[in-house]
Design a binder for this molecule. Sequence first.
Ligand code: SAH
Length: 362
Amino acid sequence: MDTAFLNMSLETLEGWLRETDETRLETLWTAADETRRAYVGDEVHLRGLIEISNRCARNCAYCGLRADNKQIERYRMEKHEIMDCAHQAKGFGYGTVVLQAGEDFGITRAWMTDLIQTIKAETGLAVTLSLGERDDDDLTAWREAGADRYLLRFETSNKELYARIHPPAKGKTVSDRPAILRRLQALGYEAGSGVMIGIPGQTYASVAQDIDLFRALDLDMLGVGPYIAHPHTPLGEDKMPAAPANEQVPNTELMTYKVVALTRLVCPEANLPSTTALATLNLANGRELGLLRGANILMPNMTPPQYRVLYEIYPAKACIQETARDCHACMGARIRSIGRTPGTGHGGRKHRVPTGESLFLH
Ligand code: SAH
């Protein structure tokens, strides 16, 4: 076999997205798993997720944190609370903390700079930020303070759908997330992105384009999860049109696995999480199936319980009642149950040629 998977055309990608034959799908899962093993190995890196604020200035049509949702109580964690989580992550042996929030401008450049410097000085962990569309001066300052990575999903590569679900910030035009991702790369961040699967109005052809854009941007991290309707959002209230039935991508577990597997094949070196949204659709073994079909990362939730329940981007999120310690034990057991090992070190992107025998990529 040659690099056929790596260079899959849009037509081939769409064909796989529409594939229903179980035997054929088995070949896709096997190819993704082989490629994962050859390029990023058997280690599953753990990223301790700390949801530091649910305040948000934006009104994304799908997200429960949107500013116009008055039905949630808002919080922003204190520095000492975040530091307690970071120390706990270090104690658990994680290599990275991910600081995620709504687009909260109460999180100032100076405050975040100090937080990043303190985490780096006291723990030495890799720091990943997921704070939405911040301006260039913020991104520059935080990179200089030592932040290693930044996550910003582009959610869909279809410009019309993107604009429909992402009203611009006050006084601005519709944002260009691929441009922000290129800027993050230029600043020296490892850049991560991703999409939701099954957004009303999202077509098979556009998901094929999404995967093609992952490849074109050469992203270091790629997260994909099913879209889950939130009742207090315009998209969740069915106020936005679906695509015609034979074009609309379903927001299913199976479709998510297909996108994870195809992403691994076209971006073999990237770090790919098996996401919480996937676990929300299949609590019993969604995480494991993601790891067996291309993923190599888990993001155990470390948010303190009193805040965790309030970080409701979508309803009935998995692991909402657990503590960080529960999630730690659970993730370790899931990793071992499929014969993999918890990762050590920062677990950044590996740039390298594949090792070992692969049936699919030589
Ligand atoms: N404010 C940050 C973090 C957002 S939450 C940002 O905008 O980047 C992280 C991710 O959760 C989003 O990128 C989105 O892909 C996902 N998400 C939000 N609402 C969701 C929903 N209803 N269903 C599934 N995923 C959702």
